[in-house]
Structure formats: C-alpha cells, structure tokens
Write a protein that binds this ligand. Structure first.
Ligand SMILES: [Zn+2]
Ligand SMILES: [Zn+2]
Length: 335
C-alpha cells in the first residue's frame, strides 16, 4: 500500500514526509484492520513531522482522525464486523490498571499509546486499531465531514469541559482552527456567548458565520470579560493575554499538546482573584462518546478542505502557514 512516513523530523518545507510503499498491516489479535476512506489533518501531525514531539516510532505514518471501514479482524477483536464504518482517534491504548485509569482519568495513563505517534496512523491506504479503542460512527454524516470530529472535535470538547464554562457564560477562543470551530458550535448550541480572538481574516469570518458574538485580533481584549477561555493557538505568549481577559474566578484551559514557552506571569492582573490556568491532556474514550453523541444531536459540522492522500505534505504546509480555515481532510485517491 501507499503510506506517508516521517523519515527524519524537521521543518515540513524541507520534506521530512515521504510517500512510500509499506506492506498492508496485519492486525494483532485484539485489533481491526481498517481501510482508510478519509483522514483529518491535525496540528499534532505537524508536531510529529517537525519533531516538536519526540520520535516514538521510527518512520511512523501520521494521522489520527481516520474514518474507514473494517477490512479484517484479529482473532480476539470483537464488536465489529467487516464492512462496518469505524473511527480511529488519537488514544489507542491504556493499561486499565493504574491509579489514573481506575479513577476514570485514562487520559493521564502513563502507559497510554497514540495513533500516528506510537503506531502507524491514517496517512495511508490501511491502518489498524485495537477494537476497544475504535469508535462506531453515526450513520448520517459523510466521511470527510466526520473525520475532523475524531481529534479536533473530541479535544475541543474536553477543553470546553476543562474551561468550566457556566451555563449561558462568556467564552473566549484564542485561535480558530479545526478544533476551535467545532468547540464553538457545541458551546453556542449550549447557550454560550462566544468571542473569537485570532489572526487571519478568513478564520474571523468563519467565526461570525457560525454565530460568534465577536471576532477580533488575538492580542486584542474581547468586548466583555470572560468566564472561560480556551487557548487553541500553540503560542505561550497568549497565556497572559487570555488570563487578563478573564473575569474574576475565570478559567483558562490550554488545549494544545505543544505550547511555546509562556512569558512570566503578573500575579495581580493575571492570576489573582482566583483565576485558574489549566492544561488539557489528550482525552478519554468517554469524552469521545459524549462528544460524538452531542455532535450528532446539535448537527456539529466541520468546515473542510479536502486534499488527495498523495498531497498530504502540501496539506501540512498549508496548515502551518494558516492557508485555510476549518480543517483539512485527506481522501484516499490511491485506489
Ligand atoms: Zn492507566
Ligand atoms: Zn489531533
């Protein structure tokens, strides 16, 4: 099969991704073999490709927003049959026995493993996934619209819950890419007033189309103080900016897996009055189930830009340069 492979991580403009021949993977006993129909392009794929995340599997195939169909089953893989539509997301293994797993926080499991980082992902014709971590998908959304929900959507949803937005509250979103525009739709459906703060006129236009109350530059103050804010942009220098925009008792959640260093924080204006700064680490399978059900109920839709699988490197370069709003999705053009 054809698959993309990260040879030596480095700036994506310098060609660290190679389109190569790999054998079709053989599913382990507890795994499904999945024929990839669409795979979303996530900022984490860029971090894996450029080496912001350390190499965990040499020559890994990125991609963890996979919509595909079951093409084969390991001998102990239950719950699915050949031909089922299935989603493959970022989290693909937890030990189930550590203190975090036992208290329902499997996102913190030290033994966790991830698709497209520890194991080959969806920038390929085929991939595999443990059946216990595969997601059945609602029937009425098309493959391309569904793909970005599987990471961008799920992590945006967890970030929204981590931001502790009160009912009818005022939410600030810093950065407005794949994850934020899905998170915004859930928040709006639940009655929030959403303010978007981001560079890029196209992203600000999309925010207003989706129903945001305002859309301004990332470093501007929103028109009213915020109960909650979520930082989606991987820019640590926005942390104090967002903290200053919070009302007393407000919460800032940092959604990204990678963030540039934060500058020193000013206690009086940025943390005092019980403001809170929280990180968001991966997600649980329960987050995924809750979000996919909410997305179906509220009609959450990704704004997508499709690229053929054979042009995945171009999609990542465009993501880095901020050349599209919403989310990029690779569609299999090889077979
Ligand atoms: Zn664990
Ligand atoms: Zn992701």
């Amino acid at each position: 099969m054809r698959a993309w492979s990260v040879s030596t991580p480095g700036p994506v403009e310098e060609g660290p991704l190679r389109f190569v021949e790999k054998p079709v993977p053989v599913p382990a006993a507890d795994e499904l073999l999945v024929r990839v129909r669409a795979c979303g392009v996530c900022r984490t794929d860029l971090h894996v490709t450029e080496g912001d995340l350390p190499v965990r599997r040499p020559d890994v195939t990125p991609g963890h927003e996979v919509v595909g169909e079951v093409a084969g089953l390991g001998t102990e893989a239950g719950g699915f049959t050949v031909g089922d539509r299935v989603g493959v997301a970022w989290l693909r293994h937890t030990d189930g026995t550590c203190a975090y797993c036992l208290r329902g926080a499997e996102n913190l499991c030290p033994g966790s493993r991830y698709t497209g980082w520890d194991a080959d992902g969806g920038y390929a014709e085929y991939t595999t996934v443990p059946a216990a971590f595969a997601h059945p998908l609602p029937g009425d959304l098309d493959d391309v619209a569904l793909a970005p929900l599987l990471c961008a959507g799920i992590i945006g949803y967890r970030a929204l819950r981590r931001s502790a937005l009160p009912p009818g509250g005022r939410l600030g979103l810093y950065g407005f890419g794949g994850s934020a525009h899905l998170c915004a739709q859930v928040a709006l459906a639940e009655g929030a007033r959403v303010h978007v703060l981001t560079r890029g006129a196209a992203a600000r236009r999309l925010a207003l189309e989706l129903g945001a109350a305002s859309a301004g530059e990332a470093y501007e103050l929103p028109p009213e103080p915020l109960d909650s804010a979520i930082l989606f942009a991987p820019a640590g220098d926005l942390v104090p900016v967002a903290l200053r925009a919070l009302d007393r008792g407000g919460v800032l959640a940092v959604a990204g897996i990678h963030l540039s260093d934060t500058p020193p924080l000013h206690y009086e204006s940025e943390l005092f009055y019980e403001k809170e700064l929280r990180s968001v680490t991966s997600n649980t399978r329960a987050d995924a189930r809750e979000f996919l059900a909410l997305a179906a109920r509220h009609g959450v839709r990704a704004t997508t830009h499709t690229y053929p699988l054979s042009r995945a490197d171009e999609a990542l370069r465009d993501l880095k340069a901020g050349r599209f709003d919403g989310a990029a999705v690779l569609v299999n053009d090889v077979t």
